[in-house]
Design a protein. Structure first.
Length: 279
């Protein structure tokens, strides 16, 4: 009996994966090609569903409520934090978004889902993923619709963040004190930024807009260039149909890839870290 249930479950899951992959292929169409894909399915997807960053030796992922560190081949789990909100209960945070790495720490954006009272950032030790004790609550007068992502600019000592959904400006904070340094008005509105990373003086922002585009942002002038699309056009009336675009990180690999962008598959049962070469 158990073997029949197991076989039935395997068949159902295989069918769901076939449907998910078919929808993914349909939406991928004529887009900027990725070189390879580090995919996980099932429960592992939960731990790789929000953010991604790297310390240069491993990938670090965020799910909504835990952190996972894995080897660069995506196979070996090196560390896990299943209780990232421990010690932060008074703030009501229950959602981790996009993450970024700097100087031995993972900077994790946090918020109280759909309440927006506690837009914040918490620092976790990149080796163990344990909470460092450093937590900063941004003012609602600055981030008035949560804190969906953060981006470290270690070279200049800045930490960037923005409001969710429709972004018309970037907020630049001191990476150590978290004091607001400046505001960068953008040339045009970006929709649903899910994460960002710095490379060669520019910010590369990954979105969940109609094509899950990645944009190259000049933080001195506010100028924006669409860098590449991750899917073809998605009908606006079908929210997240075909999956969801997530975070991005930067790391030069032996195969020539540099940008590594995270997305969730069509039925939300698979997570994909797609590896792209520089254009």
């Amino acid at each position: 009996m158990f073997s029949l249930i197991k076989r039935a479950f395997s068949l159902i899951f295989a069918l769901l994966m076939f449907v998910s992959n078919s929808v993914n292929s349909f939406f991928n169409g004529d887009i900027y090609p990725y070189e390879s894909n580090t995919k996980v399915i099932g429960l592992e997807t939960l731990g790789r569903s929000q953010g991604v960053t790297t310390d240069g030796k491993s990938w670090i992922f965020s799910g909504k409520n835990f952190l996972t560190k894995v080897s660069l081949d995506g196979e070996t789990v090196l560390a896990v934090n299943l209780k990232p909100f421990k010690g932060l209960e008074e703030y009501g945070v229950d959602h981790i978004g996009g993450i970024s790495y700097y100087n031995g720490y993972v900077y994790a954006s946090m918020e109280d889902s759909k309440v927006w009272n506690s837009p914040s950032v918490a620092l976790f030790d990149a080796k163990t993923l344990k909470f460092s004790g450093v937590y900063h609550l941004f003012g609602k007068d600055i981030l008035n619709r949560g804190c969906p992502w953060v981006c470290c600019d270690g070279e200049n000592g800045f930490l960037y963040a923005a409001n969710s959904r429709n972004t018309t400006e970037m907020f630049c904070f001191d990476i150590d004190t978290f004091e607001l340094v400046k505001t960068v008005p953008l040339a045009f509105e970006l929709k649903s930024i899910q994460g960002a990373e710095m490379y060669d003086g520019y910010m590369y922002a990954a979105t969940n807009d109609a094509t899950r585009a990645v944009y190259k942002v000049d933080l001195n002038s506010g100028k924006i260039e669409k860098y590449f699309d991750r899917i073809m056009y998605r009908p606006k009336f079908i929210d997240n149909f075909g999956g969801e675009g997530e975070d991005i990180t930067v790391l030069g690999m032996d195969d020539g890839t540099l940008f590594h962008a995270l997305d969730i598959g069509a039925l939300f049962i698979d997570s994909n870290l797609r590896h792209y070469k520089e254009k």
